[in-house]
Ligand binder design. Structure first.
Ligand code: PLP
Length: 371
């Protein structure tokens, strides 16, 4: 085991750039051209953007005409939820901040203690009011990896005539996602979670007529998002989408490594709480808490040993967030503040896990547990 290299176990925050993506971005930057220009340089840039649209559409089982490139997954979520004309917005209690913070009057639908959306509560909320409603439910949770019953949500929203937006930023590229069979009206996705560049995302829409322009400008992206396209970023996204699609089978094998890691964690601390252990989860994600061992102590201690993990979702200020996802699952705040997220990916090896376990065990042994 080489200890000079860091062990990166924070794929849900951002994935390492894939080498083929870096090459494609650099090549694209050497070959400038505005995708809206009529000359040859512009036409080449346009064809690169359209190729990437095909690659991204293939990853989500959608059609190219439904894919609008955005500046991030956050923007895609904002675009969908701000531009659809809805009097009422219902979101689950465990949505990402880019959904939860969208407006002040959101209606929160609870999740059950196991972290799965309460479908009965959603049906009740939908039947309670005749107001035009948008429902936003994520495909898989960024912190626990727990997969949500999105097909049932699509069925319910269709029954009540509501618009269904699905934040699939964490799911796409980790498990198969098919926009056509899902039945959602729109889907938000992001390049950097699958080894593409940061600052590129896409909104996949069933019917572009339901979505209004989010950034007004020169009519780019079917008139829905003005601004010169980020051609190198979009090209990189396309290459990452190809790689993620062909890598799906091997990504699913990460569950074995993750499960073995959790068994070792539980051997060291039998009272550790592993969230969603018996549920349908993303194969790469593990979230667990050990009473008395604070999240920040673990994040910093592991960092000093060359291991990158996080407490929960990455926050712009770098501070550790209030664990609202775990709180929504009924986890006491004190225990929630002892949780960490370990998220694996295609660079993860058994050595990384051995290193994590050795470092984590020594944190536990150093009697930082003060309960
Ligand atoms: N939605 C979920 C579930 C996420 O995990 C994230 C990022 O962590 C986002 C949206 C935001 O994506 P981006 O970082 O591209 O803005």
């Amino acid at each position: 085991m080489t200890l000079t290299k860091r062990s990166y176990l924070d794929f849900n925050a951002t994935a390492p750039s894939r080498p083929e993506v870096i090459d494609a971005v650099v090549t694209s930057m050497r070959r400038w051209g505005n995708a809206s220009s009529v000359h040859k340089d512009g036409r080449v840039a346009r064809s690169c953007v359209e190729k990437a649209r095909e690659q991204v559409a293939a990853l989500v089982g959608g059609s190219t005409k439904n894919v609008i490139f955005t500046g991030s997954g956050t923007e895609a979520n904002n675009h969908a939820l701000r531009s659809v004309d809805a009097e009422r917005l219902i979101v689950s209690a465990i949505e990402h901040e880019s959904i939860i913070n969208i407006r002040k009057d959101i209606v929160i639908c609870p999740v059950r203690e196991n972290g799965i959306l309460d479908l009965g509560a959603l049906e009740q909320l939908l039947s309670d009011s005749k107001k035009q409603t948008t429902v936003s439910i994520m495909f898989a949770n960024n912190e626990t990896g727990i997969i949500q019953p999105v097909k049932e949500v699509a069925r319910l929203t269709q029954k009540f005539g509501a618009f269904f937006h699905c934040d699939a930023v964490q799911a796409v590229g980790k498990i198969p996602v098919n926009f056509e069979s899902l039945g959602a009206d729109s889907l938000a996705i992001s390049a950097h979670k699958i080894g593409g560049p940061q600052g590129v995302g896409a909104l996949v829409c069933r019917n572009l007529k339901n979505i209004s322009s989010f950034i007004h400008g020169g009519g780019q992206e079917s008139g829905l998002r003005g601004g010169t396209e980020n051609v190198p970023g979009i090209v990189g996204y396309g290459v990452a989408a190809d790689a993620a699609l062909s890598g799906l089978p091997s990504f699913s094998n990460l569950a074995k490594l993750r499960n073995a890691m959790e068994c070792r964690v539980l051997k060291i601390k039998p009272d550790a709480m592993v969230f969603g252990r018996d549920l349908n989860r993303l194969p790469n994600t593990s979230k667990f808490a050990t009473k008395g061992l604070k999240s920040e102590v673990q994040v910093v201690g592991l960092d000093l040993d060359g291991i990158s993990i996080s407490a929960g979702s990455a926050c712009s200020s770098g501070r550790i967030e209030t664990p609202y996802v775990l709180a929504a699952m009924g986890v006491p705040e004190e225990l929630g503040r002892c949780a960490i997220r370990v998220s694996l990916g295609w660079t993860t090896t058994g050595d990384d896990i051995d290193r994590f376990i050795a470092s984590w065990k020594s944190l536990c042994d150093r009697k930082l547990v003060n309960n």
